[in-house]
Design a protein. Structure first.
Length: 313
């Protein structure tokens, strides 16, 4: 395991439920992501010994800077979850979700709901920091619940002992559709001494450079912007405005192979369809391609369609 060199211009793969599983993290890491985060892991599921949850936490062989994100509100439960993670190797840090806007998470007083009770949020961070044996304790947050208070939130997180912060430039009320406030991220960055990652609507190589330059953050964290576009990490690592078609096809095929290894052939093919929908976006004949793959369950048939479509693209 490596320490994080915050003096470098870093890129991180954000936790993203339903997408940032082991195969996708492997792909993003191989092609340039410096830091990878697990999908959001429910504290309650972890302490209930959920097999599915432990499968979600498994680390890819190339993840040298791998952080598990947890979501919860009950401090005793969080401590139990941390103690479970303490017994697992290959994890360099624990990230606390203070930004998820999903109603069922907020209803449990977790995720972005913690932004309504900053003293309680601070106690959670302190508990993780105290009980974790991992190198890093980090927090992913939004800039407020309804009102924007980026500086207060960032300072609270720093004072509670977090090693770094990832800031999504929307309030909880803003969901995923309101305009990302990069000025608020910059304000959060300027209010603390610990490293900060900028997050939110970073969908292209150019946008990543623009956000990094404007906010002066130590790095950018990319979530939905890399779905169907994991080569954004390859672009940032190699300073490339464009990616060759052959490289895109290579990434798509390797992603499919990893999905089948992790989930089994049939389920891997089925689950990979949503990725192919994203990969084919904006390519001519994408609609016909999606309609065709939606009924495919045989690996060889899917490989033929991928080869045909992405060679012609």
């Amino acid at each position: 395991m490596l320490d994080i060199d915050f003096s470098q211009s870093l890129t991180a793969l954000a936790p993203l439920a339903g997408f940032t599983d082991l195969p996708f993290r492997y792909i993003c890491k191989k092609f340039g992501a410096d830091i990878t985060f697990s999908e959001m892991i429910s504290v309650n599921a972890l302490i209930r010994d959920s097999k599915k949850t432990f499968h979600m936490i498994k680390r890819a062989s190339n993840e040298d800077i791998y952080i598990v994100q947890i979501a919860g509100s009950d401090i005793n439960g969080i401590i139990k979850a941390v103690e479970i993670l303490n017994g697992m190797s290959g994890i360099i840090g624990i990230d606390i979700n203070c930004g998820c806007p999903v109603p069922k998470v907020v209803a449990q007083d977790a995720g972005s709901s913690l932004l309504r009770d900053l003293p309680h949020m601070a106690k959670i961070i302190e508990a993780v920091k105290k009980h974790s044996n991992k190198r890093y304790t980090s927090v992913k947050t939004r800039i407020g619940f309804s009102e924007k208070t980026p500086e207060i939130i960032a300072k609270t997180i720093e004072d509670a002992g977090a090693d770094f912060i990832s800031v999504h430039g929307r309030t909880r009320s803003g969901g995923y559709k309101s305009k990302v406030d990069y000025e608020a991220i910059k304000m959060a960055k300027e209010s603390v001494k610990i490293p900060v990652f900028a997050n939110g609507d970073i969908t292209s190589y150019e946008k990543a450079l623009e956000v990094k330059e404007f906010t002066k953050c130590e790095g950018v964290m990319i979530g939905r912007g890399c779905i169907g576009n994991p080569w954004i990490f390859y672009q940032l690592k190699n300073n490339l405005k464009n990616v060759e078609k052959s490289k895109i096809k290579e990434i798509v095929l390797e992603h499919l192979r990893l999905m089948m290894e992790f989930y089994g052939d049939k389920m891997g093919v089925i689950l990979f369809r949503k990725h192919l929908h994203a990969y084919s976006k904006s390519i001519p004949e994408a609609s016909a391609f999606r309609n065709k793959i939606n009924t495919i369950t045989a690996v060889n048939e899917l490989l033929e369609e991928i080869e045909r479509f992405f060679t012609a693209a």
